[in-house]
Design a protein around this ligand. Structure first.
Ligand SMILES: C[C@@](CO)(OP(=O)(O)O)[C@H](O)COP(=O)(O)OP(=O)(O)OC[C@H]1O[C@@H](n2ccc(N)nc2=O)[C@H](O)[C@@H]1O
Ligand SMILES: Nc1ncnc2c1ncn2[C@@H]1O[C@H](COP(=O)(O)OP(=O)(O)O)[C@@H](O)[C@H]1O
Length: 256
């Protein structure tokens, strides 16, 4: 029997930094799931390798793949999955571009953990899955909760649903620019560092996404935009009217 799950992309309607936390940065952000952009992850009953087998078009080695890392974490809690994934393969139909600020790697972790939780009847609560996944990527908790729209704070571990009319989002990802999240944060810290005040962040967190996008400019909506442009100047060519910047880039998006 084949089982599958959709693994959606996200965009950050706004993304501000509130403070440093060791090598990381605490963010204040509105995350929105992109309903028309997703990978599909399936467990398929076909594995001739007799070891963990991940099939898909990835730009990294197996050891670096977030799905493999999620498997290693989950195996600590549930050793029986080891035997299962010697008989079954994991197949990923990859549509979310990598290095694109769309959270593809984190989304895949959440989808894998959610599908495994169901398939192996683990009955783990979302809080537990979010904790397991957060060790692998900062955006995993958002994807675990499966909200269409949420306020995300901390380094991504605090997720609160934001109820609003779903937005129709069009994502524009430059084909030739790959933004490295760690480098963009480092450039922000060294050359553009600023912190949003509690008052301003509370105001943004209470506003509808459509209102936020009407009020803020591209630069003001995302603190990582200017450092990303400094590192990857070609990004500017994509900064068209009504477009906003997602995460650490390289994707832009607009509401259609
Ligand atoms: C910026 C955001 C906003 O949604 O999205 P993306 O652009 O990646 O999609 C995320 O916070 C990114 O999350 P994610 O891509 O999972 O980051 P991680 O792999 O955990 O971290 C990569 C590196 O980025 C830096 N980092 C990441 C998150 C954070 N809040 N502060 C940081 O300083 C750290 O140097 C870390 O080593
Ligand atoms: N399952 C996965 N899907 C996408 N990228 C992955 C995955 N596993 C590891 N990566 C690696 O994660 C890095 C980018 O992460 P990704 O989530 O795609 O981008 P971003 O952080 O810009 O949203 C790249 O080095 C990519 O090769």
């Amino acid at each position: 029997m084949q089982v599958s799950i959709k693994s959606y992309a996200k965009v950050n309607i706004f993304l501000k930094i509130s403070q440093k936390r060791e090598n990381y940065h605490e963010i204040v952000s509105r995350f929105v799931r992109v309903k028309n952009l997703y990978d599909t992850i399936s467990f398929i009953p076909n594995n001739e390798t007799n070891e963990f087998n991940l099939i898909g078009d990835f730009g990294c080695k197996l050891e670096d793949n977030t799905i493999y890392k999620a498997f290693l974490q989950l195996r600590k809690y549930c050793p029986k999955i080891d035997a299962f994934f010697r008989v079954y393969s994991i197949k990923v139909e990859k549509n979310i571009p990598e290095f694109a600020g769309l959270g593809g790697g984190s989304s895949n972790v959440a989808a894998f953990l959610t599908l495994a939780n169901k398939h192996f009847n683990l009955y783990y609560k979302k809080e537990k899955l979010a904790k397991i996944g957060a060790k692998i990527g900062a955006d995993v908790p958002f994807f675990i909760y499966e909200y269409d729209s949420a306020n995300v704070t901390g380094v991504g571990e605090i997720v609160q649903e934001f109820k609003e009319e779903p937005l129709n989002i069009e994502v524009i990802t430059p084909k030739d620019i790959k933004c490295h999240t760690g480098k963009v944060f480092t450039c922000f810290r060294n050359e553009f560092y600023k912190q949003i005040s509690k008052d301003k962040s509370n105001k943004l967190l209470s506003m509808k996404s459509s209102e936020i996008l009407n009020k803020l400019s591209l630069e003001n909506a995302n603190d990582l935009y200017l450092p990303a442009v400094k590192l990857y100047p070609k990004l500017k060519e994509y900064a068209k009217q009504d477009c906003f910047f997602s995460g650490s880039g390289s994707s832009f998006f607009k509401v259609i």
